[in-house]
Ligand binder design. Structure first.
Ligand code: AMP
Ligand code: MG
Length: 354
């Protein structure tokens, strides 16, 4: 199959509507990452998303809508949802709703809840409007790869596997949406994203919890509240080590880890904040963005992870952010890219004396 990449024109939107109505797949930009969309009400179309991505069938999809009126056909609406929708839709918040019969079980991987969000990206909105369908869309990467934040990333993973990519330029947020569960007691963040715990609490006036597996691997026999948490995600080909501790120790530890790895002929680099690029100039540094601008770090992260693969990096040593605000979402993705492999800077300095 030839994959077309089209700029956003009325003709391209008409083509996307034609493909989606016929049960085909279209990759499209959202404000979070690029999505791989299909008609959420067409079982075969939904199955072809899993095939194109190589996604495990037990990892459910997010349904995208452009009008709140679409909700009544798709799901029940929990009591806390309207305030959240008023505050954060359109935008990077996905809410779990009790699903209605019309949603095929393939979309929800057999769960009784369906994840729904209303994106704000003008091209996503235009595409949803022009086809008039609820669109099931996971991130448009091959399963296990970092999510795409440029049309070129989608092409890298999906060339020859899907008919159309709508090119809307770089994604704004750069990390996937926040996934919030309102269906099982206290509101709980299953996946952190651009809408933070603090922002949700301010609207709800109550505490919002965060699923334990956001910042650590699932324990043996622990049930994944969000099935996606079971899988290795966001992983570059090289091994990633996170270094935490006091800033000065972290910079010294990054240098020693880099030197030890480079002296064993491994292709190594460090990921550090822009403020530390000069300090680490001889450690093949890559900038994560400013340590005082977490949104910028989120925006850059997946792009950098893909770049590391293009450069054939084997060993990657990285600074970390405090897990607050958007920093929680960054650390969830970076943690998973590292298989949650974190070392303390003090320990590294003790293990690698000069
Ligand atoms: P992606 O579309 O690739 O961003 O992945 C969607 C994320 O939403 C995955 O982590 C899924 O596990 C999660 N998700 C989707 N539907 C549900 C659901 N009904 N219950 C819990 N998590 C869900
Ligand atoms: Mg994904």
């Amino acid at each position: 199959m030839k994959t077309e990449v089209l700029q956003p024109t009325p003709q391209a939107l008409a083509r996307s509507a034609e493909i989606l109505s016929a049960g085909g797949l279209v990759a499209f930009p959202t404000e979070t990452v690029y999505g791989l969309g299909a008609n959420a009400l067409n079982r075969d179309a939904v199955l072809s998303i899993f095939a194109a991505k190589g996604r495990p069938a037990d990892n459910p999809l997010i349904v995208h809508i452009q009008d709140r009126a679409q909700l009544k056909d798709l799901c029940e609406i929990p009591e806390l949802a309207p305030d959240l929708m008023a505050a954060f839709w359109p935008g990077p918040l996905t809410i779990l709703f009790p699903k209605k019969e019309i949603i095929p079980s393939e979309v929800t991987a057999g769960l009784s809840t369906v994840a729904i969000r209303m994106p704000s990206h003008p091209l996503a909105v235009a595409m949803l409007r022009s086809c008039g369908l609820p669109i099931a869309a996971p991130s448009a990467n091959r399963s296990g790869r970092p999510s795409p934040t440029l049309a070129a990333h989608v092409l890298e993973d999906m060339d020859g596997r899907i008919p159309l990519i709508l090119d809307g330029g770089p994604c704004d947020v750069g990390l996937e949406s926040t996934v919030l569960d309102l269906c099982h007691g206290q509101p709980c963040i299953l996946r952190p994203g651009g809408v933070t715990k603090e922002m949700l609490e301010a609207v709800l006036g109550m505490e919002v919890t965060v699923a334990g597996s956001v910042l650590r691997p699932l324990r043996p026999n622990e049930k994944a509240l969000s099935p996606g948490m079971r899988y290795k995600h966001y992983a570059p080909n090289g091994s990633v080590t996170l270094v935490e501790g006091e800033e000065a120790d972290v910079l010294s530890a990054l240098r020693r880890l880099y030197q030890s790895s480079a002296s064993s002929q491994e292709r190594a680099c460090v990921l550090c904040f822009s403020e530390h690029m000069d300090d680490l100039f001889d450690c093949h540094p890559h900038s994560l963005g400013s340590k005082s601008d977490h949104a910028q770090v989120a925006h850059r992260l997946f792009h950098i992870l893909r770049q590391l693969d293009q450069e054939g990096m084997e060993r990657i040593f990285s600074e970390v952010l405090p897990p607050e605000g958007v920093g929680l979402a960054v650390m969830n993705r970076l943690g998973r890219a590292a298989g949650f492999h974190t070392v303390s800077a003090k320990q590294v300095l003790a293990d690698h004396p000069i």
